[in-house]
Design a protein around this ligand. Structure first.
Ligand code: GUN
Length: 290
């Protein structure tokens, strides 16, 4: 392997350590940061993600509350739960785990969350602010990618960032965020042909499609930074990314592993956003002279 490994697991662990100090500071101001996680149904992947998020909160001292609702829950009932969380003082962040069952509109649910508690950064208010480069909650995976690049001193301004995937959770917000950091951005998707004509031009390649083996050594430029957001199970049940790791790591300059790359960074950015929400509240209280 010639590429340098970007160790998301280690970067996230270091970040969690510094967060403990921020939690202590908040607690000395009488505020325990709090996150509510809403899980509808029992999708095994969602359950595993949610468990990890709750565990992370515990590690840094953030209060967390898991609200579980049955798969058959009517949309109205979920919206009512969100309304209650929106006005509870001890809850600073609200996350509704996606995907949701068919009877529930994801957009309605996202838009029901108070934008000041939208630690996923999915609310149109936060997305609009990101588009106009204002202070806002940034979606956790794109934010985590930027943090990992910063941690290994990779500059973004002037680089050609190619994003493969245009999901609301990763691809689209990542494209906007890279643009905010002054990259030249290309967005590729399922209709882009031939994909490798674009990916081979990337200084920074972000692959967020969810298809194992989509990108190999022949699809990247020598020395490129390759960020693999994919989380797929291979035939043996092993977790693999969208990038063929071994051959690509022999050509890239930097590469993220799966597991241990983007995943831990996504999780830690949720803690970051929750702390930000709680710190904002303390700041607003000081500004009000209370
Ligand atoms: N499902 C997969 N990723 C995410 C995420 O980042 N946030 C939420 N709420 N659901 C998800």
């Amino acid at each position: 392997m010639t590429a340098r490994l970007i160790d998301g697991k280690a970067i996230a662990a270091a970040k969690r350590l510094t967060m403990k100090t921020r939690v202590s500071r908040l607690k000395s101001e009488g505020v325990v940061p709090g996150l509510a996680v809403v899980l509808v149904g029992a999708n095994p992947a969602s359950m595993s993600y949610v468990k990890g998020k709750i565990r992370d909160c515990k590690e840094v001292g953030i209060y967390s509350e898991l609200i579980r609702l049955p798969e058959s829950v009517p949309e109205k009932e979920l919206l009512e739960k969100i309304n209650v969380l929106n006005v509870r003082d001890e809850i600073h962040g609200i996350l509704v785990q996606l995907p949701l069952p068919d009877q529930i509109s994801e957009q309605k649910v996202i838009q029901a969350i108070n934008p000041d508690k939208d630690v996923d950064g999915f609310h149109p208010v936060n997305l609009g602010k990101m588009m106009t480069n204002q202070e806002c909650f940034v979606p956790c995976t794109p934010a985590g990618i930027i943090e990992m690049l910063k941690a290994v001193n990779i500059s973004i301004a002037g680089k050609h960032a190619v994003i493969v995937g245009r999901s609301h959770i990763v691809g689209k917000p990542a494209s906007q965020l890279f643009l905010n950091y002054n990259a030249t951005v290309t967005i590729c998707h399922s209709k882009t042909t031939p994909l490798s004509d674009y990916t081979r031009q990337a200084d920074i390649l972000v692959v967020a499609v969810g298809r194992a083996g989509l990108i190999g050594a022949e699809d990247v430029k020598t020395g490129a930074v390759v960020i693999d957001v994919g989380m797929n199970r291979n035939g043996k049940g092993k977790l693999v990314g969208d990038v063929v790791f071994k051959e690509t790591s022999e050509k890239a300059g930097f590469i993220t592993p799966v597991p241990g790359g983007v995943g831990p960074m996504t999780r830690v950015m949720l803690l970051e956003n929750t702390l930000k929400a709680a710190e904002r509240k303390v700041r607003d209280r000081h500004d009000d002279g209370k």
